[in-house]
Design a protein. Structure first.
Length: 189
């Protein structure tokens, strides 16, 4: 069975040179040692305030929502993000995330008169789009780092590995004429 350490080591290929520094550090440690890279349990120190934690949770679920498979919240992505930033991030790594969360919150209060964590999913999507397009101060850096952490946390979790993707340790035969309409899951090996 594939584990988080193995999956994390494969994330480097997915994001390439633009990999967010704490993810790169954790992935490098995964390749260099046999110790658990990101252990279960709480982060070594709190990175987020309760309001920021609620916003990270809401935005994570907007990036990978619950559909026919569990979403980011069910996969424990918000806790993964805080643990990644606490245990593998340096203060400079946290700055764009914390500043981005504050900027998203300020924009939500300005535009919608409600905290971003309590905004509707449509409003949260609009806020993420503004960040992605650089229309919020520091938005591009925040969005790219947030997106990478959510994807990494999700696809290295048990839910991401076993329910979103189908793990086949030995893939089946090659069938070049397999109809695309019959592809249900992306396979990982």
């Amino acid at each position: 069975m594939i584990d988080r350490r193995t999956a994390l080591a494969g994330v480097v290929t997915m994001f390439g040179a633009g990999l967010f520094a704490p993810i790169a550090r954790a992935a490098g440690a995964a390749q260099a040692s046999r110790v658990p890279v990101i252990s279960d349990g709480p982060p070594s120190t709190a990175v987020f305030t309760p309001d920021q934690r609620a916003l990270v949770t809401a935005l994570s679920e907007r990036i990978i929502p619950t559909t026919d498979t569990p979403g980011a919240i069910a996969a424990g992505v918000p806790m993964f993000i805080e643990k990644l930033l606490a245990d593998w991030g340096v203060p400079d790594d946290r700055k764009p995330i914390l500043a981005g969360l504050d900027a998203v919150e300020a924009r939500s209060l300005k535009d919608y008169k409600v905290s971003a964590a309590k905004a509707t999913p449509k409003q949260q999507d609009a806020l993420l789009t503004l960040a992605m397009n650089g229309q919020i101060p520091g938005g591009k850096d925040f969005f790219e780092a947030m997106r990478q952490m959510v994807i990494t946390g999700y696809y290295t979790s048990e839910i991401g590995i076993t329910q979103e993707r189908e793990y086949l340790p030995v893939p089946g035969e090659y069938n070049g004429a397999f109809p695309y309409s019959q592809v249900n899951k992306v396979y990982s090996a």
